[in-house]
Design a protein around this ligand. Sequence first.
Ligand code: SF4
Length: 165
Amino acid sequence: MNIRMFGYSPESIVDGKGFRFSIFVQGCLMDCPDCHNPESHDLNGGYFMDTEALIKEISENPLLDGVTFSGGEPFLQPEPLIEIAEAVKKMNLNIWIYSGYTFEDILASGDEAKINLLRQADVLVDGPFKKDERSLELKFKGSRNQRLVDVKKSLDAGEAILFEL
Ligand code: SF4
């Protein structure tokens, strides 16, 4: 399946805990002031990759702890990311997703594909980047309003529960 990409980093230590393969999708509707990746906003920009090529590259690195979906906005392309996530789970790797939408936004959308993508995540780093709340001291997030949500616990509890690093 095709996925519209902004880029990817095969070995990252900044997009979540451990050693990670980070996928940056193309396209975002948020337009947060001072966004770190403004070139990733254009819904018609970027380039296409085959999800199978990404899955193969991930499977060939035995050092990975997990895979991160970031962007751009991952929840604008749930179908190809679900396909990648299902393959990644079979490799016993964890999944982190960075989104401008909150845990509550995604559930309230009622969009089955988006909610299915959320279910694949171990951690959701949620909410838009707010430059007034920016801090360089925060681990794995850019502004204080953003949360590291433990998705499994949160879905069970019916409310957002924070992930303990
Ligand atoms: S949600 Fe992320 S990619 Fe989108 S505008 Fe905000 S910071 Fe940039």
